[in-house]
Design a protein around this ligand. Structure first.
Ligand code: ADP
Ligand code: MG
Ligand code: MG
Length: 879
């Protein structure tokens, strides 16, 4: 087992063993970039640590000490030396990047004596004490689990006492007094003194990093991003370089391109005379990277060269941490930069154009799920929002929600169904559950590379950062304008943020629908050349159909006709049909509905000229169209109690109540739905089929290429489909009369009842196509009521890993997937030409699309906004 690997010995391909940070530090060392020397303790050690119930493997520490000796030689300094002490950072580094989730300690090796040595050897006592107070704070945080506020409080108090605003104005004496106070905090709350033995510091720090793999926020992050718990973290021990040694020193973060837009410009921030986390933690608002050119032209030149070299080397946009010590540049980290969907698309296309990557690679680089964000809304340019303040546009997209001021409230309110915007001075990794719950994030401090910005971009949520005009209170914020309070927003008030411009707006603003950019069109056209699965859409209206077609849909995979019944102007007619007591009455109502349905279908055929339109006949239970049973009962008793009650009204209500009661079902999802309804009341389906054929005939007379696919829902038995098919065929020949049919139509079925999947061979005899209705199929296969499960036990199941994911979002391949595989195989054996696809929620989910591809289905059908995502995922599945 490899346990300790010096940077010179590793490379970028060793991520599993060295973690991302370690592997890239090794790679940068290998290609000759200026990286402070160091070594990595491998993820194997972390796994061994956890396997042994949280104890360090035997013999590890002597190995670490040996590596330390080599580091001492390289630097010409000694760890714990009172004259020229070697200082190191102890840095976590997981396999998959988890920004800010785990812990790092800087300046290890300082104690009450070595700090004096550092002061003497650098001739800068202020600097030495600054390093030491940072060490004690980080050590307290990471090793002893002490809350940051203990330290922050003392720091603020000391600054007030000295009458200074900013950390870099604090004098040596100021830091020295703080060091004493910090040590007191450690003693008081950790119950032991800050360790003066440097070897002990090192040992404790390494173990604390391993422990941090299992801290709460890291676990949440892994759950969200589905990172396996077994992966573990490596620990990097690296000699320190100092950005806090004076005016010719600094530290920063730079992206080789703009991670928000994808634009080809260096993008980043730095702070002079600062160390480590100062930039990302939002302690001071940093300066844009171009300013470095003025302040440190030489270091800036080195940075540009290094950035170019790294981007070329990794063939991707890089996110780089650097430090300038006395005018010389050092690189401390590089990784592929997190980016918005917009930037991801633009970068992928740009890199193809620059000859850096192939089209296939470009498609592989897009996270389909992420595209959802691109197709999200922006603030309508024509509206005049009440702009309260402006901050940095840190993650695009617009969002509206009720202001909340802490992560727990954000989570609780979101769980109660509210939309919230999380407002914080700055976010820390502890806030991650709040960011997850919020529609968007607003911070008053911190830059474009601050924690809030990075996390929001990663999650595809709008974010406005560093909005300095707002002053945060406990449960409200004030907006300052020219030192006056211009507005106050309390908890629960609605605000909107615009992550594209940085605007913070009072109230809810009008949002505009998204459009495809030229770059995305380009990428999608490459995807279309590669994919084999067709992508259809679920659409019930001509508007949705047209939108989906604009996004590249190749047909309608599911039109739910019940939505056409639900529109307010039709409900009375539909009710009339349901309540009819005599056949003539019902026929009359249906006659009224027929032309409405016909025009609905004409609209769809027109929008989908030349493409298949799959129309599902009525599915829901009839009582859904009637008033609520309890409400009616209440109304009836109110009427009977009234002296002056209108007799006719009372009778009407009585009649309605009787009908609603007779239609009431204990388990409507398993009741008289779908084809069951069609079999009991064939006249409804007959009307729908007639409307479809009339519409098709009418449209094709006008030269429209119509391709109706008529779909029967909830089939569980071949005999049901046989009858329903006869009904449709009869309607067709009645509509056609003696004319030859000018178009082809197909009759098929949903496969959504498990029995239908199991008996697919006999069902296929009567079907031209199968559409797997994976929502119902999941519901009935798992026996989970979708409407009840999500809010109740399902989240518990997912949290506790009883299920790998929510089966209504990600297809349960082992269970439901096997039914699909079986049914597809059986169907194809009977009818090789049987067309097959998926029309559930899963049609827009990447993993489920991969499954459909692997099973050889013909298409997936998803909501209009997911069509681009599905096109990319289908191409990825084919690569
Ligand atoms: P994270 O994974 O949270 O980014 P890092 O290990 O990268 O944590 O370190 C935190 C900060 O400390 C970063 O800004 C990094 O650049 C800085 N840092 C880490 N090691 C050193 C070092 N040896 N010298 C100077 N700065 C360092
Ligand atoms: Mg880092
Ligand atoms: Mg269904």
């Amino acid at each position: 087992m490899l346990r300790v690997v010096p940077f010179e010995m590793g490379n970028a391909s060793m991520k599993q063993l060295l973690g991302g940070k370690g592997a890239n530090l090794a790679e940068m060392t290998r290609v000759g970039l200026p990286v402070p020397p160091g070594f990595t303790i491998t993820t194997d050690v972390c796994r061994a640590y956890y396997a042994a119930g949280g104890t360090m493997p035997e013999g590890l520490f002597p190995e670490v000490q040996e590596a330390m000796r080599r580091l001492e030689q390289a630097k010409g300094e000694r760890f714990g030396d009172t004259e020229r002490p070697l200082l190191v950072s102890v840095r976590s580094g997981s396999v998959t990047s988890m920004p800010g989730m785990m812990d790092t300690i800087l300046n290890l090796g300082l104690n009450d004596e070595t700090v004096e040595g550092l002061a003497r050897s650098t001739g800068d006592a202020r600097f030495a004490y600054d390093c030491y107070r940072r060490l004690i704070q980080m050590f307290g945080n990471v090793v002893f689990d002490l809350e940051g506020y203990h330290f922050e409080f003392l720091l603020q108090r000391m600054k007030q006492r000295l009458g200074v605003e900013s950390d870099h104005q604090v004098t040596a004496e100021g830091w020295l007094s703080l060091i004493g106070e910090y040590q007191g905090i450690i003693l008081k709350y950790a119950g032991r003194a800050f360790p003066q033995q440097v070897d002990e510091q090192l040992e404790l720090a390494v173990e604390a990093v391993f422990r941090s793999w299992n801290n709460h926020r890291a676990q949440i992050y892994r759950n969200i991003h589905r990172i396996p718990d077994e992966q573990g973290t490596a620990v990097n021990i690296q000699s320190m370089v100092f950005g806090n040694m004076g005016a010719d020193c600094g530290t920063g973060v730079v992206f080789t391109r703009n991670p928000s837009t994808g634009e080809r410009t260096l993008y980043g921030e730095f702070l002079m005379n600062a160390q480590g986390e100062d930039v990302v933690a939002g302690v001071r608002t940093p300066k844009p990277i171009v300013k470095l050119q003025e302040e440190q032209p030489e270091a800036y030149g080195q940075l540009i060269a290094a950035a170019q070299k790294l981007e070329g080397h990794y063939r991707d946009m890089q996110d780089i941490e650097f430090t300038v010590e006395r005018g010389k540049l050092y690189l401390l980290q590089t990784r592929s930069g997190k980016r918005t969907a917009q930037a991801a698309v633009r970068l992928a296309v740009a890199f193809v154009g620059e000859g850096v990557i192939t089209r296939e690679e470009a498609i592989q680089r897009i996270e389909p799920f992420h595209l959802d964000q691109l197709l999200h809304r922006a603030i309508d340019p024509s509206c005049r929002p009440d702009v309260l303040a402006s901050g940095l546009p840190a993650s695009p997209g617009a969002a509206a929600g009720q202001a909340v001021f802490d992560a727990d409230t954000a989570e609780a309110w979101a769980r109660a169904g509210k939309k919230v915007i999380l407002v914080r001075s700055e976010t820390t990794p502890e806030d991650i559950h709040g960011v997850l719950a919020a529609e968007g994030v607003l911070t008053s401090r911190g830059g474009m590379t601050s924690h809030a910005a990075v996390v929001a971009r990663g999650m595809g949520k709008p974010c406005v950062c560093g909005c300095e005009a707002i002053r945060l209170g406990e449960r409200a914020f004030e907006v300052a304008q020219a030192d006056q309070v211009a507005a106050t927003i309390a908890e629960g008030e609605w605000i909107s943020i615009d992550g594209a411009t940085g605007r913070v707006i009072r109230g809810v603003v009008q949002l505009r629908e998204p459009e495809l950019t030229a770059e995305l069109e380009q990428l999608l056209s490459w995807a279309d050349e590669i994919r084999r699965l067709a992508v259809y859409t679920n659409a019930d209206t001509p508007e949705d159909a047209a939108k989906a077609r604009g996004f590249g849909a190749e047909g309608i995979g599911l039109c739910r006709t019940e939505h056409m019944f639900m529109s307010p102007d039709r409900i009375p007619v539909v009710r009339g049909m349901i309540l009819a007591e005599r056949p003539e009455e019902r026929a009359e109502a249906l006659r009224e509905l027929l032309p409405m349905q016909q025009s609905d279908f004409e609209g769809l055929f027109r929008a989908m000229d030349g493409l298949p339109v799959t129309i599902r006949l009525l599915d829901p239970p009839l009582h859904e169209f009637l008033p609520n049973l309890e409400e009616l009962a209440v109304l009836r008793s109110q009427l009977t109690l009234r002296q002056d009650a209108d007799e006719e009204e009372l009778q009407r209500v009585e009649r309605l109540l009787r009908k609603v009661r007779s239609l009431h079902e204990m388990n409507p999802m398993l009741g008289t739905r779908g084809c069951r309804l069609g079999l009991i009341h064939p006249e409804i389906y007959e009307m729908q089929a007639e409307a479809i054929f009339r519409a098709a005939l009418h449209c094709s007379e006008q030269g429209i290429d119509v391709r109706p696919d008529i779909m029967i829902p909830l089939i569980g038995h071949a005999s049901e489909l046989k009858l329903m098919r006869e009904l449709v065929d009869r309607a067709a020949s009645e509509a056609l009369g003696s004319r030859p049919c000018p178009f082809t139509y197909r009759v098929g079925t949903m496969i959504e009842v498990p029995r239908a999947a199991i008996t697919a061979a006999s069902i296929a005899r009567h079907a031209d196509f199968f559409s797997f209705g994976t929502n119902d199929l999941t519901q009935m296969t798992l026996g989970y009521s979708r409407d009840d499960a999500e809010g109740k036990f399902l989240s518990h199941y997912v949290e506790h890993k009883l299920l790998p994911a929510n089966p209504f979002q990600v297809l349960d391949q082992e269970g439901v997937g096997m039914l699909i595989r079986w049914a597809a195989g059986q169907g194809r054996a009977v009818k090789p030409q049987l067309k097959m696809g998926v029309c559930g929620e899963h049609g827009g989910d990447k993993e489920s699309i991969f499954f459909c591809h692997a099973e050889g289905l013909d298409y997936v059908s998803c909501s209009p906004y997911r069509v681009p995502l599905a096109r990319i995922a289908a191409a990825q599945a084919a690569l």
